[in-house]
Ligand binder design. Structure first.
Ligand code: SF4
Length: 401
């Protein structure tokens, strides 16, 4: 298998380089301001989204001095819509630091000291704007390099190895073009799915392609799902105005300031058999069969749902409110709590303690838990959880059983 060379890649780049508004024409020295501005804008953002903002910034702030002298509100307002607003604040702070010295630092080390410039951005600016033999390793480059060398170590542990391998390939005569060439290869041919290997200048030396395993690189560690937490949620439906008892979560933390039916803390060892101790008011609470499951980024959650119909005129406990069913769409109810409401309200609504037991869909997210419920008819299909459909579900008039 032949070795991958920078020369092969640069030959391909000379013919297929992308025309981008911040990219200097061949033979023209790149403007560090344009390189820096584009690299900051491109952090976590697509080329398509960045293009109009780049043009707007160049019109409003044609050089780093103009940007440094602009009021922060003007910079933030020009950035509005591009997201990750800390980038705009750092951009402005960086412009002031550069304007105070009179020029951009021309080394990776110097660039790293500026606000908002991390390892990748420093490497990219040093290579592209100042022809320093620096490695600029972003997600595209990681994908290309892990495939080229069939790196089995999963990300993020593989990053040091990828950086070394990339650095070893940087040619001293065209480091900026090499950086842009690897980025272009990752963006146009070595794409996350179905890479166009037949067109790739590194097709022959690519180990992943030789093994037919391109799509499996880079290897990634499976995300830790976290420890299961459990809790109870209480859905109270007030007779008369058909309103649901809700409260607002604290502004800090998970689901901050969002609305929910009152409930217990969420704990790994929560015992739903003792759930009634957490009930928000005295009522004939009925524990519904099954659980509502929801996956948060850091942990899965299982909620046991209790339902009660409370008397007309019942006053909400302090810090809570009754919201009419037709106005639930106006409440900021997160997905997990929409599942809870749908679980409690999708089926026939109990009136007091009527028997026999309700016929309900036991679990909205996963196969049902074994519950001793005798089904008397077909299981109702779980409702869609889109807001408008939630409202439709919960507006359905209750039926006596
Ligand atoms: S041969 Fe295919 S997998 Fe390998 S670097 Fe080229 S495009 Fe990527």
């Amino acid at each position: 298998m032949p070795a991958a060379t920078a020369a092969d890649l640069l030959t391909w780049y000379d013919r297929h380089r992308r025309a981008l508004p911040w990219r200097a024409l061949p033979g023209v020295r790149p403007d560090p301001y344009r390189v820096w501005l584009s690299e900051v804008m491109l952090q976590q953002t697509t080329v398509t989204a960045v293009k109009p903002y780049f043009e707007k910034f160049l019109t409003l702030f044609p050089n780093v001095k103009a940007l440094a002298a602009a009021p922060e509100e003007a910079v933030m307002s020009a950035w509005a819509g591009l997201g990750y607003y800390s980038r705009a604040r750092n951009l402005h702070a960086c412009a002031k630091a550069v304007a105070a010295v009179g020029r951009f630092p021309d080394t990776e080390e110097g660039l790293r000291k500026l606000p908002g410039i991390g390892a990748y951005t420093a490497g990219a600016i040093a290579a592209i704007a100042f022809d320093r033999p620096a490695a600029a390793v972003d997600g595209n480059v990681e994908r290309v390099m892990t495939r080229l060398h069939a790196i089995e170590t999963p990300l993020p542990a593989a990053r040091a190895q990828i950086r070394l391998l990339t650095q070893a390939m940087v040619p001293h005569d065209r480091p900026g073009d090499f950086a842009q060439a690897v980025m272009d290869l990752g963006a146009t041919l070595c794409t996350p799915k179905r890479p166009a290997c037949a067109l790739c200048p590194w097709m022959r030396p690519c180990r992943a392609r030789a093994e037919g395993l391109q799509d499996t690189f880079p290897r990634k560690l499976k995300k830790e799902k976290g420890i299961l937490r459990k809790g109870a949620a209480f859905v109270a439906l007030r007779a008369g105005d058909e309103a649901i008892l809700l409260r607002t979560r604290p502004p800090e933390g998970l689901l901050g300031s969002m609305a929910e039916p009152p409930g217990s803390p969420w704990l790994p060892d929560y015992d739903p058999a003792k759930g009634l101790l957490d009930a928000p008011l005295d009522a004939r609470w009925k524990r519904l069969p099954g659980v509502v499951k929801h996956g948060f980024t850091h942990f899965p959650l299982e909620l046991t749902v209790f339902f009660a119909r409370v008397a007309a005129g019942t006053v909400a406990p302090e810090g809570m409110r009754f919201t009419p069913r037709e106005k639930l769409d106006e409440e900021p109810i997160p997905g997990a709590m929409k599942k809870v409401l749908a679980h409690a309200l999708a089926g026939p609504v109990p009136v007091a303690v009527a028997a026999p037991p309700p016929v309900r869909e036991p679990d909205l997210a996963t196969p049902p838990e074994p519950e001793p419920v005798k089904r008397r008819g077909p299981i109702p299909k779980p409702p869609s959880l889109r807001p408008s459909e939630l409202a439709r579900v919960v507006k359905r008039p209750p039926k006596a059983r």
